[in-house]
Design a binder for this molecule. Structure first.
Ligand code: AMP
Length: 414
């Protein structure tokens, strides 16, 4: 079946069409038919479209909302000149898989979207006010175009962590705040960590129970997960995606009293401080230059700027602290797996994060590390008892596969 994968944000719509079904999943023979994104929805939007492995086409179009953006994409999909294999009209789309950021405590796995499920996603808006409303808009836009004859599935970023033990997901604040407001750790990037854990298992021919790894998703957003016997037992992101590692523009962990202090000293509301911690902090905040690790690494190489060096040092230091903590919580792990734009592409950052873990049995193969850019493989030396891997993430593939599995009635596998 051809699955349209949608990731609807506040002003963007990312999509892919992936041909998959239970046989293709078993044989790892899914096929990506096209992909693209619409950015700056609401004004003159920038549209990028790519059929199969063809050239990317960029254009601009006035698109006022997600519905208009989806309409534009579907018109291209169905047009003769898009050249997408096996897609001649929108009737060739058989299902829609939606990325949904927050499933709260309601959704522990991907779900066929019914009115009741939609209501559940709405009920989680309080937990993800910036994300779930856009995800819902994407679902409703697709429903308007396809009607009820094309099933839709929701794949939740939080679902992977539904098995976290209570000692890992509860904060040490009055317990009634959890009972009243569901204040707890939910974790995010779950689809990515789950994909990477699954792929690691395939790569090493292990069972789920044999999978004991620490996964590091280092991209614009960054998170770590401790995965024991194939299931996460802790993760760095919390109630919101602000907690944990240092990110492009997010601070990650900090003393909660700082919020009040900044508000008082800078004359800001707590909402404004929240925005500052989410959008002006992290790599950008420390370096004063950029949230883009590529730019920072180039700057460090060329000018050895002090604040850029500091930003990179703090980024790697925080990642190392989480690895150390997770090694302790897991009673040791078999491997550290890097993914995300930085994890997949920056050998220099991987080197910095892995340096000094010899005590834990990790020995990097620096030649392999330099070689593996954007491709999968092992970067630890032979004989390393704590191994290190790079595994490029593919959240869209997992969303397409989950969509097919839910519709075709296959139980949730991993
Ligand atoms: P993502 O959110 O997964 O797309 O990752 C985006 C981040 O990956 C940005 O900070 C990019 O600068 C970073 N990135 C991509 N390629 C490289 C690279 N070769 N070296 C360092 N950072 C990179």
């Amino acid at each position: 079946m051809n699955v349209l994968v949608l990731n609807a944000g506040s002003s963007s719509l990312k999509f892919q069409v992936i041909a998959t079904d239970l046989d293709r999943i078993k044989q790892n023979a899914d096929e990506r038919l096209c992909r693209g994104q619409v950015e700056r929805i609401g004004g003159q939007a920038i549209v990028t479209l790519q059929s199969g492995q063809g050239e990317r086409q960029k254009s601009a179009a006035p698109l006022r909302d997600i519905g208009a953006a989806l309409g534009y994409v579907l018109q291209w999909l169905a047009s003769a000149n898009s050249g997408i294999p096996n897609i001649n009209s929108i009737d060739d789309i058989h299902a829609v898989g939606n990325r949904v950021v927050h499933g709260g405590e309601l959704f522990s796995e991907s779900a066929l979207i019914t009115d009741q499920v939609l209501k559940g996603i709405e009920d989680c808006i309080d937990l993800a006010p910036l994300h779930n409303p856009s995800n819902i808009k994407g679902i409703l836009a697709a429903r308007k175009v396809f009607g009820s004859k094309v099933p839709q599935v929701a794949v939740f970023d939080t679902a992977f962590y539904s098995s976290l033990p209570d000692h890992a997901y509860l904060y040490a604040i009055p317990y009634h705040l959890y009972q009243r407001h569901r204040i707890r750790r939910y974790g995010f990037h779950g689809t990515s960590h789950r994909y990477v854990a699954h792929h690691y298992r395939i790569l090493r021919q292990l069972t789920r129970e044999q999978t004991n790894i620490i996964t590091l998703h280092l991209g614009n957003g960054c998170s770590a997960a401790a995965i024991r016997a194939g299931k996460p037992i802790d993760t760095s992101m919390g109630m919101t995606p602000l907690e944990g590692l240092v990110m492009g523009t997010r601070s990650g962990d900090l003393d909660p009293s700082i919020v009040n202090l900044i508000a008082t000293k800078e004359g800001l509301s707590t909402q404004e401080v929240d925005t500052l911690l989410n959008t002006q902090s992290g790599l950008l905040g420390i370096s004063g230059l950029s949230n883009d690790m590529r730019v920072l690494c180039d700057e460090l190489r060329q000018h050895d700027d002090r604040r850029v060096r500091l930003a990179i040092e703090i980024f790697c230091w925080r990642a190392r602290k989480y690895i150390g903590a997770y090694l302790a919580c897991m009673n040791g792990a078999d491997a550290i797996v890097f993914t995300g734009g930085i994890g997949e592409n920056s050998a220099a950052i991987r080197t910095r994060i892995c340096a000094g873990f010899e005590w834990a049995g990790l020995q990097l193969d620096e030649q392999q590390n330099q070689k593996l850019i954007g491709t999968q493989g092992e970067i630890s030396a032979a004989g390393s008892s704590l191994r290190a891997y790079v595994i490029p993430t593919d959240e869209e593939l997992l969303i397409a596969r989950d969509t097919a599995r839910v519709i075709l009635g296959e139980p949730h596998p991993s």
